[in-house]
Design a protein around this ligand. Structure first.
Ligand code: C2E
Ligand code: MG
Ligand code: MG
Ligand code: MG
Length: 282
């Protein structure tokens, strides 16, 4: 087999790019092999409390370094893993791997939480609750340390599917976050029905450098909505000091982004957690 490619490798032109349908099928086999042969990894991006820079958790982000394809973004392979029914196993691997990792870090960072992205296909799986609990048991991680991130579009597309599982998990102490909030037309009534703990403001609203005008008004509205509903609010994609200042001024509680801390391999994370508050204080 070809040796593994490192991070940052640019995808070179390959003949398979011509034949997309064929590639689609071969991707299925590659994804199956990837899980079996250990080609997936997890990177972690801290969630930072904006008032003082304290890292309150880490989001697990899957990475695929394919010997044949190089680095493949989760944006590209997650939908295909869903289509081929592979996401339940891949998602479970992420959950178990990251739960074990965060349980280990909690010896030095006792309050650290874990945020994990969950596909709608995992949520509606009949054994979803058991799968989550199994991962926590393997890791010895308390349920209160875990926040499951589901995108707004998944939650709104099938409002009743998975609702029982979410309530069951919430009853066991697991927290729920709505990822990419603001892009999926949530009904406010529905927000109150779901056992939600956290809203993550989609980075599209944070993206413009100065955070002014309509973007600022929208972010302010989401922050206020979260306050009214008693939810944690996290701004995604903070890339510069101006955005950070604007968000702190609005009273946005938490943030993530390249300006605060980039996603990193597990080995680099403890040092980053120790230094995390510098961007906020400086
Ligand atoms: P997401 O959950 O909304 O994750 C945030 C994405 O924004 C991540 O991209 C992260 O690396 C990136 N990001 C963080 N800070 C910044 C910033 O300051 N600027 C910019 N431009 N980007 C930033 P990534 O890792 O490529 O993941 C993309 C999406 O793939 C995730 O969006 C999530 O929907 C999905 N994903 C990642 N890992 C998993 C997983 O284990 N399971 C599932 N089901 N989906 C996953
Ligand atoms: Mg996420
Ligand atoms: Mg997001
Ligand atoms: Mg996103």
């Amino acid at each position: 087999r070809a040796k593994k490619d490192g991070p940052g490798r640019v995808l070179a032109y390959q003949p398979y790019m011509h034949t997309e349908a064929l590639d689609h099928l071969s991707l299925r086999g590659d994804l199956q092999r990837a899980l079996r042969d250990g080609e997936f990894r997890v990177q972690y991006q801290p969630l930072i409390r904006l008032a003082d820079g304290k890292p309150i958790g880490a989001e697990a982000l899957i990475r695929w370094y394919s010997p044949a394809r190089g680095f493949v973004s989760p944006v590209d392979f997650i939908p295909i893993a869903e289509e081929f029914g592979l996401i339940v196993d891949i998602g479970q691997w992420v959950l178990e791997t990251s739960a074990v990792q965060v349980a280990r870090w909690r010896r030095d960072f006792p309050d650290l939480g874990l945020n994990v992205n969950v596909s709608g296909h995992q949520l509606v799986h009949p054994r979803f609750t058991d799968n989550v609990l199994r991962a926590l048991a393997i890791a010895g991680l308390p349920s209160s340390a875990v926040t499951l991130e589901l995108t707004e579009s998944v939650l709104m597309s099938e409002p009743d599917l998975g609702k029982a599982a979410l309530h069951q998990l919430r009853g066991l102490g697991v927290q729920l976050s709505i990822d990419d909030f603001g892009t999926g037309y949530s009904s406010l009534a529905y927000l109150r029905e779901l056992p939600v703990d956290e809203l993550k403001i989609d980075r599209a609203f944070i993206a413009r450098a100065e955070l002014t005008g309509e973007d600022l008004a929208l972010v302010r509205t989401i922050v206020e909505l979260a306050q009214i509903l008693g939810l944690r609010v996290v701004a995604e994609g903070i890339e510069n000091a101006a955005q950070l200042t604007a968000l702190r001024r609005l009273g946005c509680g938490y943030g993530q982004g390249y300006h605060l801390c980039r996603p990193a391999d597990a080995a680099e994370v403890p040092a980053k957690l120790s230094r995390a508050s510098i961007a906020v204080r400086g």
